[in-house]
Design a protein around this ligand. Sequence first.
Ligand code: GTP
Length: 377
Amino acid sequence: MHPAGVKIATRGAKILRPAAPGAASTIMKAVILAGGEGTRLRPLTLSIPKPVAPVVDRPFLRHQLDLLAGAGVSEVVFSVAYHPEQVEAVFGDGRGFGIRIRYAVESTPLGTGGAVKNAEPLLDERTIVLNGDVLMDLDLASIVARHEAAQAAASIVLTPVRNPEAYGLVETDLEGRVLRFVEKPRPEQIRTNTINAGVYVLETPVLELMPPGVQYSIERGFFPTLLERGDRVLGPVHEGYWIDIGTPQQYLQVHHDILARRFPVELDGEPRAGGWIHKDATVSEGTALEAPFYVGPGCRVEPGAHLGPNAVLVADVHVAPGARVRDSVIWRAARIGPEAEVAKSVVGPGVALGRSSRLVGGLLGEGSVLSDYSRNS
Ligand code: GTP
């Protein structure tokens, strides 16, 4: 018997009884899967791992910590493998973020399932797991309540998508119980539009099914195994905001959504002209401001520059006279030269764009230099 009172089912059986009375109201722990290399966001992620990549005014995972803290989670295990020292340098033990943070470090990446297994010694009887690259306005407390009421072994939060053919689908029955997973569906196989949203509630004892210390996928290995055994797996559908920030396009999209308040975040700046300007930023009188935009601490925008719409200057960015930035995110300490133009791009830390250069739909890694008059379109 697990200390929490959950008896592990033998093959083909179900979990026999839920955690001890009152367990659901005890402190809940969460694991954030934050060890991926973020290859789709290269070159940005070569030097800065996705968990600490800025999303408007804060490192990405702070958005997730806010969600978890709001749901009453008081301790989070960061499961890290790629540049773990950077994640730890930013988040430390969680002081200042209102939540206790511990780290489960993999010496080699173990995949999404292996990573949760690796964190097992730090967990209690019930665990929330989040992919470290999704952002959503989930009512986590109600997901946990439904999970508990149904005495489920696992709940996989689902989200509807417009183009189900592009995803692995998760089918549920009328009571919201997961029936099957359909990877790369052929048109005639598409009976649902819901996909795995990358948020799970797990009865921790079921992790005993996972092999320790080896690469293992929670989506392709663990969940199908639970279904095969006949365990109760719920698939509650989240109808609200959801995004996976893992591609350049989606990364830009989440900024547009926050600036347009489609995803509510209290930004660290003073509202001005339909955007936000940090109190420690300098924006010259002669700047054309087109809402929405965000100008972070230490930024300096010179007269005759044009910002927006959807321009985000993260911190310490210099925008020279006559430069124009729209639909783009400019990371810390980048310099945009006189008359330069940036659109639909992400500009990494310390990048220098020369005079009259032009970057449209570009991604520039840390320290890149675009010389005067260079252009990519
Ligand atoms: P891409 O390389 O661009 O696909 O991104 P990724 O490395 O983040 O992979 P993916 O989007 O499939 O990962 C989903 C989530 O799981 C992300 O939050 C990753 O950080 C995390 N993740 C993926 N693989 C591992 C792993 O081996 N260990 C840990 N700890 N986390 C992982």
